[in-house]
Design a binder for this molecule. Structure first.
Ligand code: ATP
Length: 599
């Protein structure tokens, strides 16, 4: 199930992410580069204006120029410097205030779209969850990476090219010395790329673990249990342990790069000294004017400061982020679950033909060589002990998972061939681990809506069908104290989940034991109601409570992923077996329950 990951080189990363970033904000990408080019040119223009000013002053000293010439040169330099400051502000604002958030938003949407097409079975795979965690880090890294790239090419590139031409015309050796000082810095950065890619690879699983422990300590849903059961210190210890490991890894990587930076600073210092010496001898020999000396000497500091900024800050930030960008690209490269279009025809029912499924990392199959036919208008109940494979079978029958062996057809469509979006169109379900959306009551029901069902009336009637007592709760009440709303009881939440399942237009509906927080009597009532609503549809009910299973047309008894018995309630009771044993164990319970229901 794990896909081979291509490790992109620096240039391959650039070739992949520039089009992605460009598509996310084309106009802003062009504007960003345009601003960078003008900004870069303004720096070189400052050097020329400085030279002009000093030459004019030197001429004025020997009466070859007047006060007015000096004033014009001074105004020229001031104008260029002022324009450069304005450009600096506009460029920074556009990059960090507009392009960065815009790209991040679009990349997040791109990731969400990709996740929608990835096989849901991948979410059971811890390697995939690690990759997802790493890819999310990449969302922030990509716009930053691209902006630095634009800065390096369009701003620093233009600045160095123009100043390089200027220096070359003054003294070619000056340019060569500057370039030589750059080489060790580039080598140091290549090593840094490796260090940070490895760091990212190693820290993603640790970070995921660490975030989870933090959740168990801070999140509302864990809060009560961790405090009452005294699990706080246990989780805190785990949190601290993973945090220490993470910090240690980061510390080691930072240490290596700090040493590299030290070497880099020494070479930069040597390069600057050599350039200053060359400049001085050229002026003394009369090869360049005083104005040129002053302009280039002032620019030297800036050139080295910019080089240091590029290598020490920008390239090192790109190096740190390249691992994260690579991880984002790995996720985009992941195989998508696609397929043909189709419309399920539920007169053909739902069928499993010799299907098997084994979870990633497991040896024993959760479902083994299983065949089952569900006709239109039929309700089957799936029963079995914990871990028998009931939920897995439901995921296979609804097309969420594709069987590793055999085939499942939903309304005549093979789940192995048809696109999930076509399959899910006619299916509705309520699952064991349903969600409590931090939204209004109406939204909690209507998110499963389809174009034919809309509005609060339908949501209200679905709630009624699910036995939800609204009382004083309004449809627009927010169901989350965190968002200033109210909370509900476990049973009420389960009824909302059932209403959500009923609200969706469907030809095949599944109830995967969503009623565990509802008492057995109420559960049987809900299932009776469900049976009426499921009339004419294909329906599957998973339950541990045989009083509810009894209502189904047929009961399938699962054990270790295989069907060990099948029939109506009476047929199964008439013979010795797992079902009869389970019924005896629960019988007393239902005898009392039936009495109450009659009353
Ligand atoms: P229960 O009644 O407790 O909900 P079930 O009958 O629905 O159980 P399944 O959840 O389908 O059983 O699990 C069947 C087998 O597959 C079990 O051995 C379980 O440990 C294993 N299993 C379920 N989910 C996963 C998973 N995500 N990864 C690995 N193994 C899994």
């Amino acid at each position: 199930m794990n896909e081979e990951k291509k490790n992109y080189t620096f240039f391959e990363v650039i070739a992949r992410i520039i089009p992605i970033q460009f598509q996310s904000a084309p106009f802003n990408c062009i504007l960003e580069n345009l601003l960078a080019v003008i900004h870069g040119l303004s720096f070189s223009l400052t050097v020329v204006a400085t030279q002009h000013l000093f030459d004019t002053i030197a001429k004025a000293a020997v009466n070859e120029a007047g006060f007015q010439d000096c004033l014009v040169s001074l105004l020229l330099l001031s104008g260029v410097t002022f324009g450069q400051q304005i450009l600096n502000g506009v460029h920074n604002f556009h990059g960090t205030g507009i392009l960065f958030p815009k790209s991040m938003g679009k990349l997040t949407v791109l990731l969400h779209r990709k996740l929608k097409s990835i096989d849901p079975a991948q979410f059971e795979n811890t390697d995939f969850l690690d990759d997802l965690n790493k890819a999310r880090e990449g969302i922030r890294a990509i716009p930053l990476f691209c902006m630095i790239l634009y800065l390096c090419i369009s701003f620093y590139g233009v600045y160095f090219l123009s100043i390089g031409v200027y220096l070359f015309t003054l003294k070619p050796m000056l340019l060569i010395t500057l370039l030589l000082a750059f080489i060790p810095a580039i080598l140091a950065q290549t090593i840094q790329v490796r260090v940070f890619t490895r760091l990212e690879e190693q820290s993603a699983p640790l970070r995921r673990e660490n975030e989870y422990y933090q959740k168990t300590i801070c999140d509302r849903e864990y809060f009560k249990e961790t405090r009452i059961l005294g699990a706080f210190s246990f989780f805190n210890q785990l949190f601290t342990g993973t945090m220490e490991l993470l910090t240690c890894k980061i510390w080691k990587a930072e240490m290596k790069t700090a040493l590299l930076k030290l070497m880099l600073n020494i070479t930069t210092f040597a390069g600057m000294g050599a350039s200053a010496y060359l400049l001085f001898t050229a002026t003394m020999n009369g090869e360049i004017t005083i104005g040129m000396f002053a302009a280039v000497f002032a620019a030297l500091g800036q050139i080295f400061a910019i080089m240091d900024e590029i290598v020490g800050k920008h390239v090192s930030s790109m190096n740190k982020d390249i691992g994260k960008v690579n991880n984002f690209l790995h996720l985009l490269d992941m195989h998508e679950r696609t397929g043909l279009d189709g419309i399920p025809d539920f007169t053909k029912g739902v069928a499993a033909h010799g299907i098997s499924y084994t979870y990633p990392g497991r040896e024993k199959p959760a479902v083994k060589n299983l065949s089952l036919n569900l006709a239109e208008g039929e309700t089957i109940a799936i029963v079995g002990e914990n871990g028998a494979g009931k939920s897995t079978l439901v995921r296979l029958l609804t097309g969420i998972y594709r069987p590793l062996k055999g085939r499942v057809t939903i309304g005549g469509l093979d789940t192995g061939e048809i696109a999930p979006s076509s399959l899910y169109k006619g299916i509705s379900g309520v699952f064991q681990k349903f969600q409590r959306y931090k939204m209004t009551l109406e939204e909690n029901v209507a998110i499963s809506g389809s174009p034919t069902k809309a509005g609060s009336h339908q949501a209200e009637s679905a709630l009624r069908e699910a036995g939800f007592e609204k009382g004083k709760i309004r449809m627009d009440d927010m169901l989350s104290p965190e968002f200033g709303g109210i909370d509900l009881s476990g049973g009420q939440w389960q009824r909302i989940a059932i209403a959500r399942g009923l609200y969706r237009v469907n030809g095949f509906i599944v109830l995967d034991e969503p009623t565990s927080a509802i008492d057995p009597i109420e559960e049987t009532r809900i299932y009776k109601q469900f049976q009426r609503l499921a009339e004419g549809k294909c329906a599957v009910v998973v339950t541990h409570r045989l009083g509810s299973a009894k209502l189904a047309d047929r009961i399938v008894v699962l054990d270790s992923g295989e069907i060990v018995d099948m029939g109506t309630h009476d047929e199964l009771l008439s013979r010795p077996g797992k079902y009869a044993d389970m019924w005896v164990a629960q019988a007393q319970w239902y005898e009392r329950e039936e009495e109450k229901l009659v009353r």
